[in-house]
Design a protein around this ligand. Structure first.
Ligand code: AMP
Ligand code: MG
Length: 420
């Protein structure tokens, strides 16, 4: 495989000092090689994992034609939609089929989920019939052939692939696999992601804050974001802005993980010594991305591990993670389904400040008013104001070329929560 510098330099419009968001995303994706190792695990434990085999049913689901309602299984040709009296000869329950024969002008009492007795093709719901003590059942006219019958294979059919390798397994897929009677399933191994925070100003929780220090929160947000993606998060702690300590941390991280995430140390003032250090370790590109928040970022490879050097500011960490790292990690995990975060439209409920020439990710609150979805910002948008991420329920994504937004204009939003 060619090096990452070579790969990205081939991309049109690649400029590391003024890199557009879409170019940065394209550059990262062009360099990634997904993991290939797999493991077989219990179906229930596969929730949130990535499927590593195609699921092709070996049985039909449902396995038999069965009743969708409580009522009477009849032979349509006995009535042909006209009123008629049939003789009830037995009962079919879910899990307890009616085993006997059903003669002409006879019917079977049937419950939802019960197998349709041989020769029967239609179910008449119990609410419309009249029964008598001598097992006569009066069926009104107007019944349709095949009504209230669920057909074998209507959900899943033998031989018709239903889930493709690379699909993320949500509750619906787990249930679907279970419905085929499969107790185990092959999945990709979990992606291992090591992370550490850098900075001489960082204090760890549990120690008293000295003058000029801030508690390290980035390791906590990064850990949370990784966990929610179902990845194996490896916390390597806080590392001081010291070349020897940083070098040791990078080596250790790259050794045990498929990807390494760091925060801090990539801004202009700090990047120089980190740059020299990283040049010794592997191949690392330093970017100035045309975005806000989150301008500086490093991307590279140390041995077989991908490096994402995120800025230090807490909001910038989260924004760059969601805009670049998330998709990269999901791709590395072996996912082949569409995992991009959807962009929805909302009406700006207020004017928004924006200058052309960079993509902005303002923290927003989407709300419903006057029959439409509207969005306003959370207020203060500084990249150190982590509260803005907590108060927000979406990013307001303001495109590269866009200028100030007037109230009433349409803007794109990315919701934080979704059904998964
Ligand atoms: P840097 O990118 O290293 O220059 O960091 C920019 C700013 O982000 C610093 O001034 C810190 O206030 C803040 N910061 C950096 N790392 C962390 C962290 N792990 N937790 C909280 N804040 C941080
Ligand atoms: Mg720093």
């Amino acid at each position: 495989m060619s090096g990452i510098a070579e790969t990205v330099s081939c991309l049109d419009g690649y400029d590391p000092d003024a890199l557009r968001v879409d170019k940065a995303r394209e550059a990262i994706l062009a360099c990634l090689a997904p993991i290939t190792e797999t493991e077989r695990i219990e179906t229930r434990a596969a929730l949130g994992r990535v499927l590593a085999e195609d699921i092709v049913p070996r049985i039909n689901v449902p396995a038999h034609d069965n009743s969708a309602m409580d009522g009477y299984a009849v032979r349509f040709s006995d009535l042909n939609g006209e009123e008629g009296i049939l003789r009830e000869v037995g009962t079919a329950l879910a899990g307890k089929p009616y085993a006997g024969k059903v003669g002409l002008r006879q019917c079977v009492r049937i419950m939802t989920g019960a197998v349709i007795p041989e020769g029967m093709d239609t179910v008449v719901i119990q609410e419309v019939v009249q029964t008598s003590a001598d097992h006569k059942v009066l069926i009104p006219k107007g019944q349709k052939r095949g009504q209230n019958v669920r057909h074998a294979g209507e959900d899943l059919k033998i031989g018709v692939p239903v889930l493709a390798s690379g699909k993320y397994l949500r509750p619906a897929e787990i249930g679907l696999i279970a419905s085929l009677g499969l107790g185990e399933v092959r999945v990709k191994r979990r992606l291992r992601v090591a992370f550490f925070a850098t900075g001489d100003e960082l204090a760890s929780i549990g120690s008293a804050l000295k003058e000029g220090e801030v508690y390290d929160s980035n390791r906590y947000t990064v850990h949370g974001m990784l966990e929610r993606l179902g990845l194996q998060a490896i916390d390597l702690g806080v590392v001081r802005d010291d070349p020897a300590q940083l070098e040791a941390a990078f080596r250790k991280a790259a050794q045990q993980a498929d990807a390494v995430i760091t925060t801090g140390g990539v801004s202009v003032g700090e990047a120089d010594f980190v740059k020299q250090l990283m040049a010794r370790l592997g191949e690392v590109l330093f970017w100035k991305i045309a975005m806000r928040p989150g301008r500086p970022m490093a991307f590279g490879k140390i041995n077989n591990s991908y490096l994402f050097g995120l800025p230090g500011n807490p909001v910038a960490v989260m924004v760059t993670f969601y805009q670049f790292v998330r998709d990269a990690l999901l791709h590395l995990s072996g996912r082949t389904d569409d995992f991009s975060l959807p962009l929805l439209k909302a009406t700006a409920g207020e004017a928004l400040r924006k200058v052309p020439g960079r993509t902005e990710y303002q923290r927003g609150i989407v709300y419903y008013e006057d029959t439409e979805w509207r969005v306003r910002t959370t207020g203060q948008q500084g990249s150190g104001v982590l509260r803005s991420m907590s108060e927000a329920n979406c990013f307001i994504v303001l495109e590269h070329g866009r200028g100030a937004v007037k109230a009433g204009e349409q803007v794109a939003v990315q919701l934080f929560e979704g059904l998964a």
